[in-house]
Design a protein around this ligand. Structure first.
Ligand code: C2O
Ligand code: CU
Ligand code: CU
Length: 487
């Protein structure tokens, strides 16, 4: 795609693209309105949050129906995919110890299934089982038992059928799961921001990804927050808001900033810092989530995704969907009034386990590479782990139940790969040979291009068979996934 149209689609500020812009009533901050002002066009649309479904008395039972759906995205009528008619799907709010029951009805024309990303639940039977296929037109009853000590935080759900994942997620199939804090953290307001990207053609359809896009990982022309383009958030000075942010993009990294506002990071994924950290910037690889406190200072701030260089697809002239240079405005945060509130201190969070002090039973290395040949149409590069592509009938890694392992993750390619392991979170102990001092528990861990990351994992609480994979979902669909069995 020529660069100019990509920029137009992103800015949505130029006169020429007004017809594809939001609703029609958007107002322009600048009289001239072709000045490239980004916040102008989509302003005036308050952030809308997905429907919320909460557990009561330890149970939440929901029906999730996937379907091709006509939805309004970025002010346009679009043919997307949805859970229960919305993009994102409903937010599921549960507590540790709850039972979550989901009847997945697959109204798509392709097979699908469901994954509860990041939840520490069994990978077997009708729990978070990656080997279930729900055929088009049929349904499946999932049941997830959250342990009584399940970590609080923000998680999410999405389809996980190998070969269909990127397309179905890109189409709009994602939703958030919130596990409440046992000890509430006082905030004036809670918000959920599910960030995703999408490409729409002139007729409101989502075009298929090219082989090149699949190689580098597709990135959409539009970056959305809860399916909206640059929505407005309003607060009063001195208020504290709790923001839960999900990176539901197929391949896009989000280097987030909200300049002029105080950001206190509680944690990434299921991890929690014992003392919340003041930050300027948060990097979310695809699949990562942030749990954040924002304390409002009077003024208008733009939540932005800054450019992030995730490399290039080895030697190819065109980077496919790569958008390394882009900076994208995501939302406008307007804080009014004078600051007065004094916020109660954030309670210290429970001490996190530190696997650096524990005995390692097994060490292994996983090598992430973009090899030649194979899956992506012959002469293209194909993503591999330890030289192999995903094979549903092969167990790649067998671990001992109740053991601690250390994995050296080596990326020999010129693209970053975010590794995701189901069921058991990873503690990052070393990045590019440098020890990591903070306690960092994540379920998606970035391995920068031509670099290494070292993690430790405790294979506890659940045994069974599941997967690890690159969370650039095009890479996962094209083979960068392995099967792990804990026995
Ligand atoms: Cu978010 Cu295996 O996936
Ligand atoms: Cu997952
Ligand atoms: Cu990858």
């Amino acid at each position: 795609m020529p660069d100019i149209s990509r920029r137009n689609a992103l800015l949505l500020g130029g006169v020429g693209v007004a017809s594809v812009a939001v609703g029609g009533t958007g107002f322009f901050i600048n009289q001239g309105h072709s000045s490239g002002s980004i916040s102008g066009t989509a302003a005036g649309n308050p952030l809308v949050e997905p429907t919320e479904l909460r557990s009561t008395n330890g149970t939440l039972s929901v029906d999730l129906e996937t379907a091709p759906q006509r939805v309004t995205i970025a002010g346009r009528e679009v043919n997307a995919l949805s859970y229960n008619g919305g993009v994102p799907g409903p937010t599921l709010r549960v507590r540790a110890g709850d039972t979550l029951t989901v009847t997945l009805k697959n109204g798509l024309t392709d097979p699908s299934n469901l994954h509860v990303h990041g939840l520490h639940v069994s990978p077997e039977d009708n729990s978070d089982n990656m080997f279930v296929t729900v055929e088009a037109g049929s349904s499946f009853d999932y049941q997830y038992e959250l342990p009584a000590d399940h970590p609080p935080g923000v998680y999410w759900y999405h389809p996980h059928l190998h070969g269909f994942v990127a397309e179905q997620v890109f189409g709009g199939l994602y939703g958030a799961i919130i596990v409440e804090d046992p000890e509430p953290i006082v905030a004036d307001r809670e918000r959920l921001l599910v960030i995703s990207d999408i490409t729409l053609n002139a007729s409101g359809n989502i075009p298929a990804a090219s082989p090149m896009d699949e190689m580098s990982g597709r990135e959409g022309d539009l970056v959305l927050v809860n399916g909206q383009l640059t929505p407005d958030l309003t607060a009063r000075s001195g208020e504290r808001e709790r923001w839960r942010i999900v990176n539901a993009s197929v391949s896009r990294y989000l280097r987030l900033r909200l300049d002029g506002q105080q950001l206190t990071l509680l944690g990434i994924d299921s991890g929690r810092f014992e003392s919340p950290q003041e930050v300027d910037e948060i990097l979310l690889a695809p699949g990562n989530r942030a749990d954040l406190l924002v304390t409002g200072s009077a003024g208008t701030a733009t939540l932005r995704a800054l450019s992030y260089d995730r490399g290039s697809a080895g030697g190819m002239m065109m980077g496919g969907g790569l958008r390394n240079g882009e900076e994208v405005p995501l939302a406008t945060f307007t804080v009014i009034g004078e600051g007065v509130d004094t916020q109660p201190a954030v309670p210290d969070q429970p001490a996190q386990r530190d696997l650096r002090t524990e005995t390692v039973n097994v060490r292994r290395e996983l090598i992430f590479a973009m090899g030649m040949g194979g899956g992506m149409g012959g002469s293209m590069m194909s993503p591999t782990i330890n030289g192999r592509q995903f094979e549903a009938s092969r167990i790649d890694t067998t671990v001992q139940f109740n053991s601690v392992e250390e994995w050296l993750l080596t990326n020999t390619s010129t693209l970053d790969h975010p590794l995701h392991l189901h069921v058991w979170p990873m503690q990052i102990i070393e990045q590019d040979g440098q020890p990591v001092d903070t306690l960092m528990w994540q379920d998606v861990v970035n391995i920068p291009a031509r670099s290494t990351t070292r993690v430790r994992i405790a294979f506890e609480d659940f045994s069974g068979k599941t997967v690890y994979h690159c969370h650039i979902l095009d890479h996962e669909d094209n083979g960068m996934m392995g099967i792990i069995a804990a026995n």
